[in-house]
Design a protein around this ligand. Sequence first.
Ligand code: ADP
Ligand code: MG
Length: 472
Amino acid sequence: MNNTFSDKNLNTYKPTTINWTLIQSEMRSKLGLEIYESWLKKINFVEEFNNYLLLSVPTRFIRDWITSRYLDQILQVVKVHKKDLVRIEFKISELKKDGNKDVEKFSSNEKRENISFIKDSYLQYNRIDPNKRFQNFITGLSNKLAYEASLKVSENISHYNPFYIYGGVGLGKTHLLNAIGLELKKKNKVMFISAERFMYQFVKSIKANEMVKFKEYFRNTDILLIDDIQFMNGKEAMQEEFFHTFNALLDKGSQIIISADRPPNKLSRIQERIKSRFSGGLVVDIQKPDYELRKKIVNSKVEELNNLYSEQFKISKEIQDFISTEITTSIREIVGAINRIISFSRIYNKIPSVSETKVILKDLLNLTENKVSIDSIQTTVCKFFKISKNEMLSSRRSRYLVRPRQTAIYLTKILTSKSLPEIGREFSNRDHTTIIHSVKTIEKLKENDPDMVNNINKLKNQILYNNKENEI
Ligand code: ADP
Ligand code: MG
């Protein structure tokens, strides 16, 4: 078996590791697109153990949000596939927001290649999303050219052939392909498929001895839209087939539309002659949105959602500006950010403040100021219990000092990523066993003491949001 997982993990993988891609798509249909896009999509599969799954999410806030609201439903979905899985654990994978994102996307897609989908047919993946239309594609300097060329292609086929759109993640390529597909579907036979899916169908058809059907299917279409061609990295035989399909379609005047995250000549693992075919038609790019476009998108998205959920949750101008200023790299993230704010507002029945917004959107922002320091935990706890910092850090064991000290240690454990010895050092070089003891003591007390739970929550809010009124 072609295994793309790291060697380190090989021993722990059982032959039938759960199909996370499948679980994700089931979560999407079970919990709805909005919840999925805002929260659940952020979950990554890490490892499967005998009776539990280890997953990762980018921030604590997302973990807590998911745990408190959706964990049961996620577990239900998981259990349908593996009933011996009884719990789910999350680890936080604080992703650095930099150029590594593409790499990450590649590796997760490479993993997915090996995973089989059930009950698929060509038709099932030939889905065009009716919500991604030309009418709701907002234009600015960075995407105007791609938009106009797409409109032209949808009005007048085989003029620009093939038509190739490229640009970074979340900038609207799939949206435009969809919009073209929706228009052309009115009068033509349209096939819309991701390159990954094309490869998968190809391999499956070979195995099932159904290559004739495969060829027929693809060569019969009037319009072939292939999304994310950069993921086509298959064997020679597949590229051969793709090349022939491609030529056959062009010969008979079918329109081919391709999207990718890079220009044709930068595609790796794709034959030169295919790349040169890609460059032979019209190639346009989509750039990152400028501030004007981001603002327009935020405004229109907010308006769209307001219409959907009544005017109750009007996202303030301040937050709209904050999102337009801070989320700069992708339109998908802008849309996701707004969905999250709305989803927060509906559950808490209020619009978050800017400082809460920072926490909710932390993984989408480049901000560093959200980092919780041990010093701020100690200060907040001391103030809360009206003791001095010297007292907290002293070795005195009076009752009125012990509890606050344990509380501060507990909060440090749950709110920072510091190790036990590191925490020990910050609390006057206490031993790590003392730290474990403190954490356990507070956890125990929380089980039976509502006051304790209350205090911890208040402290957590003060530390995280620096704001006594904002109780989350
Ligand atoms: P890509 O395929 O380039 O990664 P998508 O087309 O999936 O990006 O776009 C990501 C999200 O952003 C989608 O929800 C899409 O509808 C939205 N989006 C992208 N560009 C625009 C735009 N110009 N106007 C409105 N929505 C957009
Ligand atoms: Mg896309």
